[in-house]
Design a binder for this molecule. Structure first.
Ligand code: GLN
Length: 235
C-alpha cells in the first residue's frame, strides 16, 4: 500500500497526521507492506498512490498551498475517477471542492474533485462531535472551522452529525463522499477512535487493487473504549 500525505507541513493542525499513522500501523500490524510518501508544494503526485490523506489548516495555510493544490485538479480528479481512496480533513476537504471563500472574502480555488462549495464566516464551529454513517459506523472526533460547506448533487453526505454542527450547522449533514473520496470536518485524528472507518478505507484500497486480502481482525478494545468516553464528553 502506498499512502500519500498531502502538505504535511502546512495542513496538519489538530493532529490529523495521526490518520496517516493509524493506517500505516493497521497495515504493519497485519504484516502488509506500506510506504508513506509526503507531497509538499511543487512535489510530483505519485500516480501509483493507493490512499491520499490531507489534514486541516488555517485559512493562511490554505492560501499558501492554494495555487499548488488547485493546479493538481486534473490529476486529482483523474485519480478520483480511477477509484483512488482519499481521506481529507477540514481545510483539505474544503480545498477538494470548487472553492473556499474566506470570511474576508478571499476566494481560494479548489481542485474540483468534490461537488461542494465553502464560505467562511466570523463564527467558528467548534467542539466535540460524533457522526453516524451508513458505511463506517460511528465516527468520533471534534470540529473547529469557520467554513460552511454546501453539498452539490455530485456528492452524498458522509453521515449525519449527532452532537456537532457538521458541514454547515443547518442541514445536519457531515462530510461528503464521491466514489472513494471522503471529506469530513472531524479532527482527532478521526481514525484513532474510528477503527472500523480506518479498515473500511484499507478495504476500498485493497479492492481497487483487485486484492482479495482479508483484513484479519485487530484488538480495537482501547480505541472503542476511547470512542465511548469521547462520545459522552460535553460538546
Ligand atoms: N481554515 C478553514 C476554516 O476555518 C479550515 C480549518 C481547519 O482545517 N480546521 O474553516
Amino acid at each position: 500500500m502506498k499512502l500519500i500525505h498531502l502538505y504535511p507541513r502546512e495542513m496538519n493542525i489538530y493532529g490529523d497526521t495521526g490518520n496517516v499513522l493509524v493506517l500505516m500501523c493497521r497495515l504493519q500490524w497485519r504484516g502488509l507492506p506500506v510506504e508513506v510518501a509526503p507531497v509538499s508544494v511543487g512535489d510530483p503526485l505519485p500516480h501509483d498512490a493507493d490512499i491520499l490523506l490531507g489534514g486541516g489548516g488555517q485559512d493562511a495555510a490554505q492560501g499558501e498551498i492554494g495555487a499548488d493544490f488547485a493546479g493538481r485538479g486534473a490529476e486529482l480528479r483523474a485519480m478520483a475517477d480511477d477509484g483512488v481512496v482519499m481521506l481529507t480533513i477540514c481545510g483539505t476537504y474544503q480545498m477538494l471542492g470548487h472553492e473556499f471563500v474566506t470570511q474576508e472574502g478571499r476566494r481560494i480555488a479548489g481542485a474540483g474533485v468534490l461537488d461542494v462549495v465553502t464560505h467562511g464566516q466570523a463564527e467558528r464551529l467548534i467542539g466535540n462531535n460524533f457522526v453516524d454513517t451508513t458505511d463506517a459506523g460511528r465516527l468520533v472526533g471534534y470540529e473547529n472551522h469557520s467554513g460552511l460547506t454546501e453539498l452539490g448533487p455530485g456528492v452524498r453526505a458522509l453521515g449525519s452529525t449527532q452532537s456537532g454542527r457538521g458541514n454547515n450547522g443547518r442541514d445536519r449533514t457531515e462530510g461528503a463522499v464521491r466514489d472513494n473520496v471522503i471529506g469530513t470536518y472531524l479532527h482527532g485524528p478521526v481514525l484513532a477512535k474510528s477503527p472500523r472507518f480506518a479498515d473500511e478505507l484499507l478495504r476500498l484500497a485493497l479492492a481497487r487493487r483487485g486484492s482479495d486480502t482479508d483484513l484479519e481482525p485487530l484488538d480495537d478494545t482501547l480505541a472503542e473504549q476511547a470512542a465511548r468516553v469521547a462520545v459522552g464528553r460535553p460538546r
